[in-house]
Design a protein. Structure first.
Length: 427
């Protein structure tokens, strides 16, 4: 396996956790480079379900090095909770197999609180965030008022910086949002105490990843969320606050972009989104409900019902192009069994004009309508199919149409949550 990037090519929740877990078998190092505990990567191993929010999915494979890079927004409470949760289930988690960047930014209690208060303030204009403090943490990073993991380890420095930051945040919490301010000393004591528990994991992860690449190690970069939630390329402002595709690796893992050798996008055979914002192929009807029910489409981080709709080839084509994908993996194909017909948005229509390209030139999605092609459905249960040739003809026709339309080879299909429920292309 060369140095590989795996990213979500829709609005997140494409089933990356399972695929990354599968690919982690052939990797020496698994690296997260953006996002935070807003992600929820579900992995099922031997009937046991694990939901990982911050720690790379490779942690379920003994002997691998798992890295949380500098571009990740790290909530120390969530990190330690996840470490303890894995240990309680018999997984070995220590500083040899899990590395945390000294320059990753820290999510504090005030970030979480302000995330939730800002959403309340926005009212109808809310983003529908996960409330995990992601946006406010990245905002402080850009404003140069944030604290990094390494700062936490320096007690005196941490107290000075956190005291200054919190004084300003408390003014915001109290005077703008009308809520009770956070107890300054309590917060200082809490986070400086947590720092000691982080210490065994902390290092310069950028140097570690680059030196692993020089030594010919197999590195897997694990994207969280999806391309349409990318802060630059996505449906702004209804996005997350990081670069979610291969475009985020250079900055978020301190790894040279030109050293990424293989790029794989992951997309569901249909489409979902959580939170607010444009979703051209959304089905607010019985079809959408059926997809939600058959696909069990509820958020793994927040439990929210996901918005459901048809595959959007315009969006996926754009996502794959942005990250320069060599291949696509299509997940949840089994969920579409039983639909009499299946639709795919091949193009958009706007102001009477049909277009194949993503409308990044339009400030909003008002008036954008998908132009669908309809495909016949199939009734067979796909969850036990392991060979491409054994798929019903209608399912193969569907897969091949998606492939043609997005212009990237589909390398694998996933037909259930277990590791072995995959169909390699060409089988
Ligand atoms: P935030 O990342 O919590 O700020 O949320 C911003 C937007 O990204 C919201 O629409 C969230 O629902 C969405 N989002 C964040 N993380 C995920 C994820 O892992 N899967 C799907 N959507 C996500």
């Amino acid at each position: 396996m060369p140095t590989t990037s795996v990213f979500g090519a829709q609005w997140g929740d494409e089933g990356k956790g399972k695929l990354i877990d599968l690919m982690a078998r052939d990797a020496d190092m698994i690296v997260r480079y953006q996002g935070g505990a807003n992600a929820g990567h579900t992995v099922v191993v031997g009937g046991e379900k694990y939901v990982l929010h911050l720690i790379p999915s490779g942690i379920l494979h003994p002997g691998k090095v798992n890295v949380i890079g500098n571009g990740v927004a790290v909530d120390p409470l969530k990190f330690l909770e996840e470490v303890e949760g894995l240990r309680a289930r018999g997984q070995q988690v220590d500083g040899a197999g899990l590395k945390l960047s000294a320059t990753a930014h820290v999510i504090f209690e005030h970030h979480r609180l302000i995330d939730q208060l800002s959403e309340r303030w926005r009212g109808e204009g809310r983003i529908g965030t996960t409330g995990r403090g992601i946006g406010p943490c990245y905002a402080d990073k850009a404003a140069r008022t944030g604290l990094r993991v390494g700062d936490l380890l320096d007690n005196a420095y941490c107290r000075t910086r956190l005291r200054a930051a919190l004084a300003e945040k408390n003014a915001l919490i109290e005077r703008v949002h009308g809520e009770r301010p956070l107890d300054l000393d309590g917060q200082l004591d809490r986070y400086t105490a947590l720092a000691e528990r982080l210490r065994p994991f902390v290092c310069d992860t950028g140097a570690l990843v680059r030196s692993a690449a020089r030594a010919g190690k197999r590195i897997l970069f694990e994207g969280a969320q999806g391309a349409m939630l990318d802060i630059d390329g996505g449906t702004y402002p209804f996005v997350t606050s990081s670069n979610t595709g291969a475009n985020g690796i250079a900055a978020g893992a301190s790894f040279p972009a030109r050293a990424i050798e293989r790029v794989i996008g992951i997309a569901k055979a249909y489409c979902t989104r959580v939170g607010e914002g444009p979703f051209p192929t959304e089905q607010v009807n019985a079809t959408g409900e059926r997809i939600r029910k058959q696909g069990n489409e509820y958020g793994s981080t927040t439990g929210r019902p996901r918005r459901c709709g048809w595959f959007d080839a315009v969006a996926v084509r754009y996502a794959l192009e942005l990250s320069g994908a060599d291949g696509l993996i299509v997940t949840n194909l089994d969920v579409l069994s039983g639909f009499p017909s299946i639709q795919v948005a091949m193009r958009y229509r706007h102001a009477g004009v049909e277009r194949r390209d993503w409308p990044a030139d339009l400030p909003r999605f008002d008036g954008v309508e998908p132009v669908y092609q309809t495909f016949p459905g199939w009734n067979e249960d796909l969850t036990r199919v392991r060979k491409y040739a054994d798929l019903p003809a209608a399912a193969r026709t569907y897969v091949e149409a998606l492939e043609r339309e997005v212009g990237t080879p589909i390398q694998m299909l996933s037909v259930g949550p277990e590791r072995e429920q995959v169909i390699p292309r060409g089988s």
